[in-house]
Design a protein around this ligand. Structure first.
Ligand SMILES: Nc1ncnc2c1ncn2[C@@H]1O[C@H](COP(=O)(O)OP(=O)(O)OP(=O)(O)O)[C@@H](O)[C@H]1O
Ligand SMILES: [Mg+2]
Length: 240
């Protein structure tokens, strides 16, 4: 079976204009993602794990490398070179992202935040809100919170809403950035069960976890990132 995604030699550097410094993030990343399989990215803080997912979703433009994505129609394209229009289309239909932190409009209810990806893919708002309610219930978000904007929610409640939003549209490729980091053990278990259901449904996933037990439980492949190489003594320079 052809992989859904092949990342080859991916690197991302940031040039900070004010400091006139180049900050290395991920470098020389190779990974594959297949239908119904979960590839885990592990490594210490600052190793560039989130940057890899952001390059795939094209929140960041990669510095070098290829990100070959095979869409539902069997067409292959390099996401490192795709234009904004192509990326918007893919984000609506094929690639989902559960980010480390929930970004949402202050006046939008939790139900609408979760329903949004379905509405964007053409599902009627009423049906999308019904599915959103089912997803929130599966992640144990109390019904009294469904009509409230998540801005004031606790960290764990926000993360449940974020997960529900990412999992609802069952994209072809799902990117998960520490999806269970602020959940209690019971809710982590619910989230793991949902991720297992998505695997059975054939969704390809790339996920970042800091908890080794979750990697053992869910990952089919593990890619380890090393911290970026220090090219000069920043410490000495910053302190002098
Ligand atoms: N937008 C940005 N501008 C400048 N530097 C950035 C930016 N995003 C990430 N970096 C830098 O890239 C490096 C990798 O960051 P990244 O967030 O990818 O790490 P991570 O492995 O996900 O870490 P963590 O486990 O703490 O989430 C860090 O040194 C960070 O400061
Ligand atoms: Mg991160």
């Amino acid at each position: 079976m052809q992989p859904v995604l092949i990342v080859e030699g991916l690197a991302k550097d940031f040039f900070l204009h004010e400091q006139r410094e180049t900050i290395p993030s991920c470098s020389n990343v190779y990974l594959e993602s297949r239908e119904g399989k979960l590839t885990a990215i592990v490594g210490p803080t600052g190793a560039g794990k989130s940057s890899v997912l952001k390059c795939i979703y094209r929140t960041y433009l990669p510095s070098t490398g290829k990100i070959m994505f095979c869409d539902t129609a069997g067409q292959s394209m390099d996401l490192a070179r795709a234009d904004e229009h192509q990326m918007l289309r893919l984000r609506q239909r094929e690639i989902g992202f559960v980010t480390q932190f929930l970004n949402c409009l202050p006046r939008k209810s939790a139900l609408d935040v979760v329903a949004e990806p379905l509405v964007a893919s053409g599902v009627h708002r009423t049906a999308a809100r019904t599915s959103a309610g089912e997803m929130l219930a599966r992640l144990a978000v109390p019904q009294r919170l469904w009509c409230v904007p998540p801005a004031t929610f606790s960290g764990g409640e926000k993360q449940r809403v974020n997960l529900a939003r990412g999992l609802i549209s069952r994209p072809r490729l799902l990117l998960l950035d520490e999806p269970t980091a602020s959940l209690d053990p019971g809710t982590t278990d619910l989230a793991v069960k949902l991720i297992e259901t998505l695997k059975e449904d054939g969704v390809a996933m790339i996920a970042i976890f800091h908890q080794p037990d979750l990697v053992r439980r869910l990952a089919d492949d593990v890619v380890e990132l090393a911290p970026p190489v220090l090219v000069k003594d920043y410490n000495k320079e910053c302190l002098s």
